[in-house]
Each structure stands twice: as structure tokens, then as C-alpha cells.
Design a binder for this molecule. Structure first.
Ligand code: ASP
Length: 358
């Protein structure tokens, strides 16, 4: 039995949270590969380390003094290291390097990039995690690759990651980033550590991909809107894609693809409630009497409604309509139709500055 475990930012926001994570990992010897996020919020008004890094990048790029900001970021990590009492371990050298890179930003053609700075959140947290657990640290830039278009190079990633992990029994691979075709660090979109976890699970042929967060899996509705919704014990990959796309933001929407191809189930678990079984995401639908698995919603859509007599019998009308969208580089969400009508549902963002042309 081999499990890949990914921990989100709130699970790693402080030494106290790290200890819970350590206990979860050591309580099951099949939890052998760990993917950490960057430290998240410790309390609701707190700032995620990734957001602090994005900010310090802007400060440095504008040529302003960033010393205090770097100090504040380092303090977040030092608090964790001290709280965990990790012996003979420090990130001083790493922070010297990051400072050097930030200084480079005022040069006319800097080597340092936004993605590099943003990725340090996971990189540094991975180092702490590896030292704390006594696992090997593997820099994601050595095992996860993007192509020239900036998309994941799945083939190369799977090969290199699989071969590298086959050589080690216990490892920490930081989430969220890899190496771009240009040889520079490149990140996934926000929340992308979920994708890294999925890639690791696929590369090692894991039995399960456990994704540990601060909620006990998916709920049938948004608890901010519906009081006390029931948990979803089981959901298919397909249903999950729909729910995440429509706003159920527990898991990055691209995290499903790698594991789905090889049918490795994802188990969403709660670090603060480790005995809760959470939600299992797999190909196997739940055996229940429920017709609807869950409900999610998004806002800010525009509906363009067209009326034309006998539209239903006119061959090719919708094709021509969609060609107009294509020519304006607009993707649509939904296309409900009636006998004399068709409506195109488009996200407002897609239409910015294009509505009149359309
Ligand atoms: N730390 C990154 C973010 O805040 C990536 C992640 O947590 O998955 O988006």
C-alpha cells in the first residue's frame, strides 16, 4: 500500500498545525510521499505566505526597500522551525539567495521572475517538512516540467518523477511549481499544489491520493448559503469537475486529470479532524438513493437571448451563431434553447470590451 499525501496551506500554517500533519503521516506507514503547500492563514485576517511573496516581488520590482517584507516572511518560517524544535536546520542561506534574486529585479534584464518568488513558499515549506519527518527533499523544479506554451509536459514529468521517486522510499516534493522550458521556475495557477499531489500519485502508482485540508470533504451545498449541508461521502471525478468548476473550491479543478487516467481515488480529508473519513473521489458512483450529488453556483454571467420564428427548423443557425463567438474569441458556458429561441450564457469576464462587437 502506497499513499501520496498533500497538505494545504492551513494545515501547515504554524508549528502546531505541522505537528498534527506529522502525527497523521507517522500514524500510517503507507503515507510515504508528501506534497506540502506554502504556509497559509493562521487566523482569518492573516496573510498567506504566497500572497506575501507576490507582494514582495512587486515591492522589489518597483525598486522599493523590501527588507522588512522579507523579514516578515522569514519570521513565519522561523516560528515553525523553532516550534518544531528541528535541530541543526535553518533557512538562512535560502533567504540570502531569495534576497539576492529580489535585488536582481531592478536590473534591466533580470533573471528573477514572479513565478520563482511565488514558488519559494512551497520550496521552503518542503525543506522544513523533509527535515521534520526525516524524509528526502526533492525540488519540484527537477521533476515537474512545462512545455514552451507553459502547459504541463505530462510525458516528461511522469517519466522523470516516476524514476526519481522509485529511488527513494520517503520523500517530500513541494507543490505548486516545476521547471519551464526556458529553464526558469514556473508555477501552476493558484491552488496548484493539488495538481502536484495528483502528478506524484500517478507517477508512483499510488493506491490513493489523500488531499488534506481544513474541511472534512465536500458538502452537498455551500455552508455559507445552506445551513448544515450533508457531507458527500463519494463522488465521481466527473461530478467533481462540474462542482469545482461551478464554485465548490475544495480542490483545484485540474487536479483530477492525472489520477483519473489511472483510476487512483482521491480522498479529501481534514487535518483538524483526522478521524473523519472525508470524501472519496473515484470512478465508482456512490450507492445511494440521492438523485443529485451536490449543488454549486457561480455569479456574474450574461445571457444573450435570441428570438426568431421557426428557429428550431433552420439548419445551421446555432453553428453560425457560435462562429460569431469564435471570431470574437469568446467561450460560452451554456446554450439553452426553445422552439423559437436560443440563449447563450457567457461569463461577464469573457465579454469585457467585446459586447458591442458581438
Ligand atoms: N501556495 C499556492 C497558493 O496559495 C499554491 C497552493 O497552495 O496550492 O495558491
Amino acid at each position: 500500500m502506497k499513499k501520496v499525501v498533500k497538505f494545504g496551506g492551513s494545515s501547515l500554517a504554524s508549528a502546531e498545525q505541522f505537528k498534527k500533519v506529522g502525527a497523521i503521516i507517522t500514524s500510517d506507514e503507507s503515507r510515504v510521499y508528501v506534497v506540502p503547500s506554502a504556509p497559509g492563514k493562521r487566523f482569518s485576517d492573516d496573510t498567506k505566505v504566497t500572497d506575501m511573496l507576490l507582494h514582495v516581488y512587486e515591492t522589489a520590482k518597483a525598486g522599493n526597500d523590501f527588507t522588512e517584507e522579507v523579514k516578515a516572511i522569514k519570521a513565519r518560517y522561523d516560528e515553525i522551525i523553532t516550534g518544531l524544535e528541528i535541530k541543526d536546520f535553518s533557512l538562512d542561506k535560502d533567504f540570502e539567495e531569495i534576497t539576492k534574486q529580489l535585488e536582481d529585479l531592478t536590473n534591466p534584464d533580470p533573471m528573477c521572475t514572479l513565478d520563482y518568488v511565488a514558488s519559494r513558499g512551497e520550496f521552503l515549506n518542503g525543506k522544513i517538512m523533509a527535515a521534520y519527518l526525516g524524509f528526502e527533499f526533492i525540488d519540484a523544479a527537477e521533476v515537474i516540467f512545462f512545455n514552451a506554451e507553459g502547459n504541463l509536459n505530462s510525458y516528461k514529468t511522469e517519466k522523470v518523477l516516476g524514476e526519481r521517486l522509485a529511488k527513494t522510499q520517503h520523500a517530500v516534493v513541494p507543490g505548486f511549481y516545476g521547471l519551464g522550458k526556458d529553464g526558469k521556475v514556473k508555477t501552476f495557477s493558484r491552488g496548484g499544489s493539488d495538481v502536484t499531489g495528483s502528478l506524484v500519485a500517478k507517477a508512483v502508482g499510488a493506491d490513493i491520493y489523500e488531499n488534506w485540508t481544513d474541511v472534512s470533504g465536500f458538502l452537498m451545498a455551500d455552508p455559507r448559503i445552506v445551513e448544515n449541508p450533508k457531507p458527500i461521502e463519494r463522488i465521481t471525478y466527473k461530478e467533481l469537475r462540474e462542482l469545482s468548476y461551478m464554485g465548490a473550491s475544495v480542490l483545484h479543478e485540474d487536479a483530477v486529470f492525472p489520477v483519473r487516467e489511472v483510476n487512483i481515488p482521491i480522498n479529501i480529508r481534514n487535518t483538524n479532524e483526522p478521524d473523519n473519513p472525508g470524501t472519496i473521489i473515484s470512478d465508482t458512483p456512490a450507492v445511494t438513493n440521492n438523485i443529485i450529488t451536490g449543488v454549486a453556483g457561480r455569479k456574474d454571467f450574461v445571457v444573450v437571448a435570441l428570438y426568431k420564428n421557426m428557429m428550431n427548423s433552420e439548419i445551421g443557425f446555432v453553428k453560425r451563431l457560435l462562429t460569431i463567438l469564435e471570431n470574437n474569441e469568446i467561450s460560452f458556458e451554456h446554450l439553452p434553447s426553445g422552439i423559437d429561441t436560443v440563449c447563450v450564457v457567457i461569463s461577464q469576464k469573457q465579454l469585457e470590451g467585446k459586447l458591442q462587437d458581438l
